[in-house]
Design a protein around this ligand. Structure first.
Ligand SMILES: [Zn+2]
Length: 145
């Protein structure tokens, strides 16, 4: 397994199969905490764009700051690629929401619209544990961040 140099996913090739797939919508980036969440989204067939794996969440308690995550590369992608929308598929935990708000601020100058998965669906846990229908519902009902 190798880490994709574009999105941070794990695959046998770099760029990964998702980043290399020309049939996917290159104007959409879905930001996830870790690769398990990416696989859950793929399993649910909820999303046909590309991904960005942060590698964790901001956490004051655990001393995780922006430099420990792949936030700089995400902002760079949003600015350098023809991105229209960045979807934050982060947990509805304190750390998840802190990270989402920080990303929305960092992306504000990149000329992209930033959305979040819908609340009201049980996104409190990890995406990995949600059934496919719930993931699809949360993706369809996403709202501005
Ligand atoms: Zn990739």
């Amino acid at each position: 397994m190798r880490t994709c140099s574009v999105c941070g996913s794990l695959d046998t090739q770099d760029p990964c199969a998702i980043c290399s797939d020309q049939s996917r919508d290159a104007s959409l980036i879905c930001v996830v905490e870790e690769v398990g969440a990416l696989w859950a989204m793929e399993r649910a067939v909820a999303f046909r764009g590309r991904y960005h794996v942060l590698g964790g969440l901001l956490s004051a308690l655990d001393g995780v700051g922006p430099d420990a995550l792949k936030i700089g590369p995400l902002v760079h992608r949003a600015e350098a690629e023809a991105i229209g929308e960045v979807i934050l598929a982060l947990p509805a935990t304190v750390d998840g929401q802190t990270t989402a708000h920080y990303l929305a601020e960092r992306l504000a100058g990149a000329g992209v619209s930033v959305t979040m998965l819908a609340r009201g669906v049980p996104v409190g846990g990890e995406l990995d544990w949600l059934d496919d229908g719930t993931i699809n519902q949360a993706m369809r009902a996403r709202r501005p961040a």
